[in-house]
Each structure stands twice: as structure tokens, then as C-alpha cells.
Design a protein around this ligand. Sequence first.
Ligand SMILES: NC(=O)c1ccc[n+]([C@@H]2O[C@H](COP(=O)([O-])OP(=O)(O)OC[C@H]3O[C@@H](n4cnc5c(N)ncnc54)[C@H](O)[C@@H]3O)[C@@H](O)[C@H]2O)c1
Length: 261
Amino acid sequence: LIAIGGGTVLDLIGFVAGTYMRGIPFISVPTTLLSMVDASIGGKVGINTSFGKNLIGLFYFPQKTIVDIQFFKTLPEKERRCGVMEMVKHALLSSILEFEQLEKLDRIDEMSFDMIFKSMEFKQKVVLKDTYEKGIRELLNFGHTLGHSLEKAYSLKLTHGEAVGIGMIIEGIIAYQKAVLPYEDLQRICDLIGWFLPLFPLDFERLKSFLKLDKKNKNEHVHIVLLEKIGKPIVNGSCFSHPVTYDEIENAILEFNKRLG
Ligand SMILES: NC(=O)c1ccc[n+]([C@@H]2O[C@H](COP(=O)([O-])OP(=O)(O)OC[C@H]3O[C@@H](n4cnc5c(N)ncnc54)[C@H](O)[C@@H]3O)[C@@H](O)[C@H]2O)c1
């Protein structure tokens, strides 16, 4: 099978390839930025049903992944912004240089193949170390704990990538308020994401019920990845995410709203 399309198509075709006759080979050709840097890497394939997302699926890897940056040309603006947020995430977790390259873009369509490839390489490295998400792969959840709740609370307003972008700002503010992330780094994160995305004030009460449903919660705490600086997450031994209280999240949202003026 050859899967040509965005994450939706790659997830579906990967699932069919992985289950038909207990597995037949497939080739993956991602056509959205998000599917290039994220969905095509890591082997997670599956289908969504009315019972929820990510309930039916398996790990199954393509024989080959072919990336052609020409596909970028026809992508709608919203889809570009969605994909670029995963690139921002990879840069924040691994490389100040890649973050600076994103800062230097005058227009999103100036994105080079090299930038996309570096971002893919980072995810590939993490997945090779921890395919089944028992450790370091948890880092890839940066921005996603808040992001998933935002996506559900503001489903009519935000795409997945936009919600993750705002989630990274809130999680960055939490790291700053816990005195681990320097102010200058937080400012650069807010400036870059704010340049890509339209931002608007958030209502904590609207998010709270969704945050409570996060499967990573333990003992009334939400677990998030904290940044120590741009390009470096905090890792304590085999601990990649850290507990935060609902009060800390509410304070971060107040700060986010204050920054919007
Ligand atoms: N398996 C994983 O690890 C993983 C990771 C992230 C997301 N996902 C999944 O991926 C899906 C989202 O993927 P996506 O963001 O790629 O969106 P998508 O696959 O839904 O595509 C978005 C839209 O862009 C169109 N499109 C695709 N390529 C195009 C091109 N080159 N030019 C113009 N239009 C184009 C599609 O037809 C569609 O309308 C979600 O279902 C999500 O759950 C999976």
C-alpha cells in the first residue's frame, strides 16, 4: 500500500496495512507539514471511532517515508500553522539553533527542506530510544496536556496545532512562574508562537473539566513537560514530566491573559 496524504490518511492506511493479513508493507508519503514532522514518524497508526480518539490502533512502521516539500505549496494557511507548531515544539525540546531559524522566517512558506528534515530527525531519534512511550517519548507531550484541553474547550475556534501552540505558551509560563525558565526565553517563545497564531484571552473554568480527564493525572496533579531553557527540557533521571496544581495552571492563564493586554 502507498499512503499519500495528511495524518488522517497515513493513520488510516497504516492501520489497514498493519492489520490486513496480520501486516503487509506500506510506504508513507506525508503531504501536510504536520504529517511530515509528526504523524509519519513514530509508528502510531489507527482509526478514530465514535467511542473516542486513539482507542483503536497499533504500532506499525512504513518501509519507507518519502517527503516532497512541493506539497507544502498547496497547503492552506491554517494547515501550515498547525504543522509549524510541532516544529516549534521539537526545537524547544532539542535545539536553540532550530528555534532561531524559525524566528528568522519572514513568511511561513520560506520553510526549507533542511528545517523540516531536522525536525523529523529529532522525533525519529526520540522514537528510536523509546518506541512504546515508557520514558523519553513523554517529552513529545510538551504543550499537549494544556493543548488537548484547549482543543476540546475551544473546539469551534482552535485546530489541534493552534491549541498545542497556545498550550506551549501556558506550559512555558508555568515553567517561568516555577522559576525554572528565564523571562527572556519565555518572551521569545510567546513572540514566536504569537507571530504564527492569533491569540485570545482564555477562561480557566472552561478548561478545568477537560484537564481533570487527562489520563496522565496523578493525585490531583496534572503532569506537564517543563522547559529549563529554549532547547532543553527538565529531565530528572527517568522522570520527563512534572506535577502541577490546578492553581498553578489558573495563575499561568491569568498571566497569559494579562500579556494580551
Ligand atoms: N500517528 C501520529 O503519530 C499522529 C500524530 C499527529 C497527528 N495525527 C493525526 O493526524 C491527523 C491530522 O493530520 P493533518 O494535520 O495532516 O491533517 P489532515 O490529514 O486531516 O489534512 C488536513 C487537510 O489538508 C488537506 N491536504 C493534505 N495535504 C494537502 C496538500 N499538500 N495541499 C492541500 N491540501 C492538503 C487534506 O485533504 C485535509 O483536508 C489527525 O487525525 C491526528 O490525530 C497522528
